[in-house]
Design a protein around this ligand. Sequence first.
Ligand SMILES: NC(=O)C1=CN([C@@H]2O[C@H](COP(=O)(O)OP(=O)(O)OC[C@H]3O[C@@H](n4cnc5c(N)ncnc54)[C@H](OP(=O)(O)O)[C@@H]3O)[C@@H](O)[C@H]2O)C=CC1
Ligand SMILES: CC(C)CCC[C@@H](C)[C@H]1CC[C@H]2C3=C(CC[C@]12C)[C@@]1(C)CCC(=O)C[C@@H]1CC3
Length: 327
Amino acid sequence: MERIVIVTGANSGIGLALCERLLTQDSALRLCLACRNMQRAEAARSALLTSHPSAHVDLLHLDVGSVRSVLSAAQEVQARYSKVDYLYLNAGIMPNPQVDLKTLFKGLFSRNVVHMFATAEGLLTQQDRVNSDGLQEVFATNLFGHFLLIRELEPMLCQADLTSSVIWTSSSNACRSAFSLEDIQHKDGKEPYSSSKYASDLISLALNRHMNSQGLYSSVVCPGMVMTNLTYGILPHFFWTLIMPIMWLIRLFTNTFTITPYNGAEALHWLFLQKPQCLDPRSKYHSLTSGFGKNYTQPQKMDIDDSLSEELYSALIELEKEVKRKL
Ligand SMILES: NC(=O)C1=CN([C@@H]2O[C@H](COP(=O)(O)OP(=O)(O)OC[C@H]3O[C@@H](n4cnc5c(N)ncnc54)[C@H](OP(=O)(O)O)[C@@H]3O)[C@@H](O)[C@H]2O)C=CC1
Ligand SMILES: CC(C)CCC[C@@H](C)[C@H]1CC[C@H]2C3=C(CC[C@]12C)[C@@]1(C)CCC(=O)C[C@@H]1CC3
């Protein structure tokens, strides 16, 4: 039977590289690029069809940061397909990032240097804003829109005698200290990105608890440090060009500098090949690249607990009711 794969944020970076890899793996699958900008989506589709002329590539308009858009995209999916086998929740933003240069230079000469380059913990802040649904934009895009999408697609993901995989592109920057149950949208802090990624780790665990019995399995991935539009937004372009040789050098000391979108998509691709029932709901699957350029996937236990994940799950269900009431 034809497998249906939906990828959010598929028009660039890791999402687009994943699409390329999936089509190389299985040219018979039906790939749906779920994007907010249809011009960019069309360009991505053309690029994919150039390398895979007989592939089935559909486009879906989806702005994950907008409740209305998520609801209508979910309806469109139900009208087009009879089921969804893989749902890659990959779209993400990091608006107005700022690097704390003092922490960076201190870190460079400390024992924590490898950890700092791997996670950027304490190194990055962002300026968030409220979107037209009255939600914090980073939370709405990176977490809540995707959560709503899963909820709306439940009948498509939970089919009798079939399993489905929901795969979140999380991050090594997901940090427990950035997340608070009292402020799930991270209105009051300066690390909304880190908070939203930690929340996705928690939600994945809760989804497994609630949905495994219906055939839905959720996993989280860390693609490593990848050069994409998102990372190019952190420092000026010329600076990245200047330090690029240093980046390749850093790879000799940490396997988390995957650098290219192709390498970053390694774990996302690897999960496509696994039986979802055999995966560990408490592990994050990391894309890693060795100093010699060899790609591999490694699971690492996450710093998450059941009660926190359950409380966040309930909070999101409540928020879902609230936003739907307001429509
Ligand atoms: N690059 C890195 O080092 C790392 C990235 N990640 C995560 O990987 C994922 C992919 O990012 P990456 O490839 O790096 O960066 P890109 O900016 O290249 O890709 C992000 C994608 O998400 C899309 N997107 C953003 N907002 C929305 C929205 N509201 N609705 C629909 N699509 C949206 C973008 O579309 P558009 O082109 O229209 O903006 C784009 O296609 C993100 O979740 C990111 O957090 C995690 C760890 C490390
Ligand atoms: C080479 C150095 C002299 C300068 C680079 C320092 C920082 C800009 C980077 C060090 C670790 C990086 C990192 C990310 C962004 C760029 C760094 C902070 C991410 C936060 C990008 C998005 C993620 O989800 C995780 C990445 C972790 C590592």
